[in-house]
Design a protein around this ligand. Structure first.
Ligand SMILES: [Zn+2]
Length: 98
């Protein structure tokens, strides 16, 4: 299973792809993803069996990508993503109050 960058269409194995996730936003339930090839930044939501891209409008995403076997577990300050037997953790970047 290779997962494409929606900007440059480079394709990544799950390890390279999910290692490029950062900054889990629990409120919006989104993680930031930075393409290792082109540097494009996307916000995505990890869903069971798929990834949702862009900010959801009325429950719909700009794009959905099927990733069979994808699972997630939401923690307070981190998101655990698992696929097959591999697991990645995306930490929440703590924001200073303005
Ligand atoms: Zn890219």
């Amino acid at each position: 299973m290779l997962i494409p960058c929606l900007a440059c269409e480079s394709r990544f194995g799950p390890d390279e792809y999910f290692s490029a996730c950062s900054d889990y936003n629990r409120g919006l339930d989104l993680v930031s993803w930075t393409c290792p090839r082109c540097g494009n930044r996307d916000d995505l939501r990890v869903l069971p069996g798929e990834l949702g891209f862009g900010y959801p409008h009325a429950g719909r995403f700009d794009a959905l990508l099927r990733v069979p076997g994808l699972r997630r577990h939401r923690g307070d300050l981190r998101l655990d993503i698992s696929l097959d037997r591999a697991c990645w953790q995306v930490m929440t970047r703590l924001r200073q109050p303005a």
